[in-house]
Design a protein around this ligand. Structure first.
Ligand code: ARG
Length: 462
């Protein structure tokens, strides 16, 4: 029987069955970890040399060859052989092929278990920075659009029913807040994952005098894991990272849903530039917001990854189990999806115009000033609950007569409450109401301008 290509050929009698090769391999997807794997191996080899487990000249040979391998992979000149299972074995086999017996010393005091745990932490740590940068770009796009609309008013909705007026700027800035929490959340995830598992070996470290502190320092980990049994199987950061991606997806899907609705003929609030719309193969008149629909749809893909990751982690016995190999499928998928969705959202936000005329023309619909009218009565000494009832009756009457609140004459107002006076009209109309918003964070022009100044300052530093 032909022997396996791997060092366990001495232990297993026969070559793996093709079914085995195909089923256990992760090379097809974990090859994208190659840079991290090689950087991790160089750090490990450096430590082995420092600890006199290999000589300095052996280390130099290894380093040179590993860098050559990285270059080969980078240039697409590396032949990936799935029989080698994963990127770790593929790189090691290439190293041995290049430098012979010296290459066989690289795996001293190391297992693929601590190796992969290290690689994936490094990968996620970098990806978090990439996603954070993309979050910042989309926040900047929102702020830029918001600064054009600090005086323009639109309806704010609850239950998708017209509620109260708000500035368009404040509406847009609400997404900046969501994204800011996403940014911070990813930063927290990064802090928590920033611990080096390298040195934990397969599960119990090593009897050799390796020094995990050195590899941690070389790889920029501020700490070394304090329990090797936990370290080889801990993928909490993977679940957390995918959760953070899921919440970003939820936020982007909210924007997508809003803007799909806002771009309908019925709403006509926005126009997305043609270059970010698609059309129909049959209906020649169509301008479809397919990109936003895909952003919304891809939320399902990311949630799927979260569910998968959590389920992979469920009820594994303590220690490394091959189940964990599946983590990468979902980490990569969630990350790729969020990267793409953030790019699309930034582009769309930068290429969308608010149809302020159409929005303004409809501001009299829906009694956006009803709450303000009730608060006017509170200002005149009426209890809020009573004022709420009075205005409710006025709105009901107006609706029957197809009138807006500002159409009501003072004499008529007085029939509902003696507290009404001629200053009542200052509390009516969407324009008047937004200017009366006093609470911090309310969607009035002065608050919007203040928030824009805050965001501009903060985001410029990133
Ligand atoms: N490809 C594996 C993974 O991604 C590497 C670790 C394999 N370890 C093992 N003991 N079989 O998890």
């Amino acid at each position: 029987m032909a022997k396996s290509k791997k060092s366990w050929e001495k232990r297993l009698d026969s070559k793996p069955d093709p079914v085995t090769v195909d089923f256990v391999e992760s090379l097809s997807f974990d090859k994208r970890l190659y840079k991290y794997d090689i950087v991790g191996s160089i750090a490990h080899a450096q430590m082995l040399a420092n600890q006199k487990l290999i000589t300095n000249s052996e280390f130099k040979k290894m380093k040179t060859a590993l860098l050559e391998i990285a270059e080969q992979i980078e240039k697409g000149k590396f032949k990936f052989d799935k029989e080698l299972e994963d990127i770790h074995m593929a790189v090691e086999a290439a190293l041995i092929k290049k430098i012979g017996d010296v290459g066989k010393k690289l795996h001293t005091g190391r297992s693929r278990n601590d190796q992969v745990a290290t690689d994936i932490r490094l990968w996620v740590r970098d990806q978090i920075e990439v996603i954070q940068a993309k979050i910042t770009l989309s926040q900047k796009a929102f702020v830029k659009l918001a600064s054009k609309h600090t005086e323009d008013i639109m309806p704010a909705y609850t239950h998708l029913q017209r509620a109260q007026p708000c500035t368009i700027a404040s509406y847009l800035l609400s997404f900046v807040e969501q994204l800011e929490r996403d940014f911070i959340r990813l930063g927290n995830c990064s802090k928590l994952l920033n611990v080096s598992p390298l040195g934990s070996g397969a599960i119990t470290g090593s009897t050799l005098p390796i020094d995990p502190k050195q590899t941690a320092a070389i790889l920029g980990f501020p700490a070394v894991s304090s329990n090797s049994i936990d370290a080889v199987s801990d993928r909490d950061f993977a679940a957390e990272f995918i959760f953070d991606c899921s919440l970003i997806a939820a936020h982007l899907s909210q924007l997508a849903e809003d803007w799909i609705i806002y771009s309908t003929a019925e709403f006509g609030f926005i126009k997305i530039a043609d270059s970010f719309c698609t059309s129909s193969s049959m209906m020649p008149q169509k301008r479809n917001p397919d990109l936003l629909e895909l952003v919304r749809g891809k939320t399902g893909t990311v949630y799927g990854s979260l569910m998968a990751m959590l389920t992979i982690l469920k009820a594994q016995p303590t220690g490394y189990n091959r189940d964990l190999q599946e983590d990468k499928v979902h980490i990569f998928s969630a990350s790729d999806t969020i990267n793409a969705s953030l790019d699309v959202v930034s582009a769309i936000v930068s290429n969308t115009k608010f149809n302020t005329k159409k929005i303004a023309a409809g501001l009299d619909i829906g009694y956006l000033d009803a709450t303000s009218l009730a608060e006017y009565l509170v200002g005149k000494g009426t209890a809020f609950r009573q004022a709420h009832g009075i205005v409710g009756s006025i709105v009901a009457a107006c609706e029957k007569q197809n009138k807006k609140l500002a159409d009501i004459k003072l004499s008529e107002f007085k029939k509902y409450s003696k507290s009404f006076d001629k200053d009542v009209y200052k509390s009516l109309s969407a324009e008047n109401v937004v200017r009366k918003f006093n609470t911090p964070g309310a969607p009035g022009p002065k608050q919007a301008k203040k928030q824009i100044a805050h965001w501009k300052k903060l985001l410029a530093k990133r």
